[in-house]
Design a protein around this ligand. Sequence first.
Ligand code: AMP
Length: 304
Amino acid sequence: MAITVVGSVAYDSIETPAGRKDRCLGGAATYFSLAASFFTDVRVIAVVGEAVFNARHIDTRGIEHAPGKSFFWEGSYLENLNEAKTRITDLNVFASFEPKIPEAYRDSEFLFLANIDPVLQRRVRESMPDVKLVAGDTMNYWIKDHRPALLQVLKGLDILLINDTEARMLAGNNNLVQAARGVLALGPQTLIVKHGEYGATAFFSSHSFDPKGETADHAFRAPALPLEEVVDPTGAGDSFAGGFFGYLASQPELTPAVFRRAMFYGSVMGSYACERFGTERLQQLSRKEIDDRFIVFRELTHLD
Ligand code: AMP
C-alpha cells in the first residue's frame, strides 16, 4: 500500500566528531522516503529551489520546483551525538509553499507528515481525508514557536514519532512516562519516543490501533544497534520513521506483532543512516542488508 509523505527536502551542512560535510542532500521527507521505499511505494510532497531528488522508486511528481533557494539546515553533533544542535534553519522556498496533492497520490492509504511547518502538515492532512493511517513527526523548532498550529495537527494523528527532549518539551514534564501520557492526551493514539543510540519506546493509549487492547497498558521498546562508529546521526529519526511506517504499509494487517516488528525495521534503517554522512548509506543499501540486520537485532534482544 502506498504512502504519501509531506516534509522537508533540504540541503544540510553537518558537523560531527567524524568530520564536516557541506550542502549534502537532506531533509526529513528525503530520509523518510529513502528508508520507506525499501518496503512499499512512496510519494513525496515538497518544494525545492533546485533539482535535488534522484533516487530509487520514489514518486516525485508532488515535488514542486520554485524560484529561490531550497530549505537549508546546518546542525552540529559535536556536543551530543544523540541530538543535533541547530545552527541555521533557512526555510527559503518552504516559507511560501502551498502543497498540492497530485491526482496520482489520492489513493494512498498511508500518510506521513514528516517534520515541517505544522500549517503545511495540517493542510495536507485535510486534503487527504480518506487515508487509513496517519503518522507524523515534529521538532523543538515547531514545538517552541508554532504550538497552536502543532496542537491542531496532533489531534488528527494516529501515531506521533518524536525524540525524548521533544516529548518532555511538548508535555512540559521531565518524567518520560508522565510526558508520554501528557502527549497522548493531546490527540495521537500511539506515541513513539526515539532515544537515539538507546532505541525507541512506543506508548499506547486505551484507544490505540490494537482492537484486543493487548498493548494498552504497557509500553514496548525496540533497541538501537550498538555501532562501532556513528559517522552522522542526521536523519536517523526520519529513517526510523521510514522503516517503521514503510513496513506497516507493506503488511496486509496491522496487528500488535506487526507493529512490534515495524519498530525493529525502523531501528534497522536508523542504524544504517548513521554509518555515513547524509543519505549516502541509504542510497547504497540493499533489501538483503536490511533483512540481515533485522536478524542481528533479534539476536541482540531475544532470549531463545
Ligand atoms: P533527524 O535527524 O531525523 O531528526 O532529521 C534531520 C533532518 O531534518 C535534516 O535533514 C534537516 O534538513 C531536517 N530539518 C532540520 N530542521 C528542520 C525543520 N525545522 N523543519 C523541517 N525539517 C528540518
